[in-house]
Design a protein around this ligand. Structure first.
Ligand code: HEM
Length: 427
């Protein structure tokens, strides 16, 4: 039987699937596709091939991969998230660069809703794309990359470029961190309105990384889907409360420069336009919470459960009267309520972008392993996240019902310019 000769392109496809691709250099493993407009991928004329034509995808369904900032930070939250932390197995900067270039090509295609490297026509090779997203729209997929503190150790010659003040988070009161949920050389957050699309993205990045990086830990997350909420209201967390109300507005560019995007004067020039990500895997003691009274629950957050309004106020987006006292002279918004303690004097804000998680049953306790996969973005971990979490760890009433079991930080690179690659300002 006639066998098609294996071309260089085929070799690269094979390499992408088996992990030797990076030995062959960074070019060609995945074609760079335009990330804008309704790009078409030619459909295969082979009988039985999946339909890969992505015609007519509304732009509202697709974000550009290239731009000043990475997507997935100020992007309105999608319904689902796949997060993965990687440890590098390459030992030099050239290996790291090849991986980031291969991930760049793949990410540009994934965000355009295209299968990686088009159709696989060669029966002798594994498919270039795992295929489960064939025929699906991009579903607003975003892919966000960051460098963990360990990337700046001796291995890649980057120690001198580590931003001042960037590192693992310090221990906080009440932490119960498990090493299997902490750290990583590189962090990747993929969000999409369809779980299969998000999973497909992560699976293919993992596949491309074979031979260069291994998974350290991963977590999937969800929130209510926008389809199931006709009012597009603030999503609720697994404690039943609206979560995200007091976030700074992502529409306000000046505010985002103030709170989220690293500015030239912040040092580490390669991070300008990027953002620091704090990740905490926070388990909820759901069974205990479910037995607490409504009034205890509302006092814990300082907000009404149904409306989301601050206690003593009418509407969800009211700021709340921190001076108000009840008939007995006690503050209406309790001093140890989560909202009050998190806000502090209100001068330092962060952009929260969390997802709920549920990882089945904890076999040791028979209880649900579920909670909040907390992600926030900020210009400075030292000035914003850390003091806030120090306050919360001391007195937050919520601590009775939660436990922080995972922790990581990532310096999320600025956006990629056309022709560039993820992390090129660092490397
Ligand atoms: C399982 C853990 C957590 C849950 C369930 C939770 C839930 C909530 C809820 C329901 C609100 C009120 C509505 C809103 O403004 O979004 C809130 C506010 C807030 N949370 Fe959390 N949160 C958690 C952890 C954290 C952590 C770790 C931080 C940061 C260190 C944080 C920072 C904030 C901030 C800054 C606010 C707004 C405060 C204000 O009104 O100005 N939260 N959170």
């Amino acid at each position: 039987m006639f066998r098609k000769p294996v071309s260089r392109r085929d070799m690269l496809r094979l390499a992408g699937a088996s992990g030797v691709g990076l030995l062959l250099g960074g070019s060609g493993a995945f074609g760079i596709m335009a990330a804008t407009g309704a790009t078409k991928q030619p459909a295969s004329d082979k009988p039985g091939s999946p339909d890969n034509v992505t015609t007519g995808i509304p732009d509202a369904n697709r974000y550009d991969f290239y731009g000043q900032h990475q997507s997935g930070i100020t992007t309105p939250s999608q319904n689902f998230m796949c997060f993965a932390s990687f440890d590098l197995t390459v030992s030099d900067a050239a290996g790291l660069k090849s991986l980031l270039q291969a991930w760049t090509r793949a990410s540009a295609s994934l965000m355009a809703g295209e299968l990686l490297d088009g159709q696989n026509e060669n029966l002798n090779l594994p498919p270039a794309d795992t295929g489960e997203a064939a025929g699906l729209t991009p579903s607003r997929i975003t892919i966000t990359f960051g460098a963990g503190p360990s990337l700046f150790d001796h291995r890649f010659g980057l120690a001198g470029k580590k931003p001042a003040g960037f590192g693992d988070l310090p221990p906080f009161n009440g932490d119960n961190l498990m090493p299997e949920w902490c750290g990583g050389d590189l962090g990747v957050q993929i969000c999409a309105d369809d779980m299969q699309v998000a999973f497909h993205g992560m699976r293919n990045l993992i596949r491309i990384a074979r031979g260069s990086a291994v998974l350290r830990w991963s977590q999937e997350g969800f929130q209510r889907s926008t389809e199931s909420d006709p009012n597009k209201a603030t999503p609720r967390n697994l404690m039943g409360f609206k979560d995200g109300t007091a976030n700074p507005s992502v529409q306000d560019a000046a505010m985002m420069n103030e709170v989220v995007w690293v500015q030239p004067e912040d040092g580490a020039g390669w991070m300008t336009g990027g953002s620091y990500m704090a990740v905490r895997r926070i388990r909820m003691r759901i069974e205990v919470w479910d037995r607490s009274s409504l009034s205890d629950q509302e006092n814990t957050f300082g907000r009404y459960r149904v409306s989301g309004a601050p206690l003593g106020s009418q509407h969800e987006f009211d700021r709340g009267d921190m001076e108000a006292k009840d008939a007995s002279g006690k503050p209406v918004i309790p001093m140890n309520s989560h909202m009050r303690v998190a806000r502090g004097d209100g001068k330092m804000q962060i952009l929260r972008r969390p997802y709920s998680y549920s990882s089945g049953m904890d076999n040791t306790t028979g209880q649900l392993d579920a909670g909040l996969f907390f992600i926030s973005y900020q210009r400075s971990l030292e000035k914003q996240f850390i003091p806030m979490q120090q306050r919360l760890a001391q007195i937050d009433a919520l601590n009775e019902y939660i436990q922080h079991i995972g922790s990581a930080t990532f310096a999320c690179f600025p956006g990629v310019r056309q022709g560039g690659y993820i992390g090129d300002t660092l490397l």
